[in-house]
Ligand binder design. Structure first.
Ligand code: 5GP
Length: 191
């Protein structure tokens, strides 16, 4: 997606540890015009697919999923990372390994909001090691619903996530794939 790549080149910042900061349009401040274009692009990519629900994880996935959902005309469910009194007792759980924190954490969705009849599209901001999406897949699998595909805004193609997910038979589509980050510069894949 050319508009997205342009924005990443103009406003993205490469930090130590191969982290791409996109705080001023995707992860903290939100560029709604760009998010609308991202939503339309996800719709175009998955236009022939039956999707009844979009699943994401709090916090960064919510804005992306909510804006995209307008073009799919389906509800969004976001997995919660913290236990809360507001969450039903009956939940589907997924385990996510965080490389940055060096530990596992759980994500949960109330059983009310995913049914086995659902066709689920997972959306998220980044695909790096694939752990967040694998955790969401665990939730979909536990519910008996159909996982149609996963869409990510940015895939860090030099990390293992894409390979791990595709080997687990998850269809993955990224709107921008990064091959490398060298001397503060982002190199995109031609894919
Ligand atoms: P995973 O390794 O599970 O694929 O990525 C987990 C999460 O870490 C992503 O959903 C994203 O929120 C965050 N993440 C991974 N790599 C980056 C990065 O380079 N920049 C930012 N801003 N977030 C990242």
């Amino acid at each position: 997606m050319e508009l997205l790549k342009k924005k990443i080149m103009e406003d993205g910042r490469v930090l130590e540890g191969n982290i791409l900061k996109v705080d001023n349009f995707l992860n903290h401040q939100l560029d709604i015009g760009l998010l609308n274009e991202i939503g339309k692009e996800f719709r175009r990519v998955f236009q022939d697919r039956k999707i009844t629900k979009i699943l994401t994880a709090e916090v960064s996935g919510i804005a992306i999923a909510a804006i995209a959902a307008q073009y799919f005309d389906v509800p969004v469910v976001f997995a919660r990372k913290t236990e809360s009194k507001n969450l039903d007792q009956e939940t589907y759980e997924g385990k996510v390994y965080s490389y940055t924190k060096g530990k596992h954490y759980k994500i949960r969705v109330s059983k009310r909001y995913i049914a086995k009849e659902d066709d689920i599209l997972i959306l998220d901001d980044f695909l790096a090691n694939g752990q967040a999406i694998l955790g969401l897949k665990e939730i979909v699998d536990a519910s008996g619903a159909n996982l149609v595909a996963a869409g990510v805004v940015i895939e860090k193609g030099f990390q293992e996530g894409g390979k791990i997910l595709r080997e687990a038979n998850v269809e993955v589509h990224a709107l921008a794939t990064i091959d490398a980050m060298i001397d503060g510069k982002v190199i995109f894949s031609d894919k």
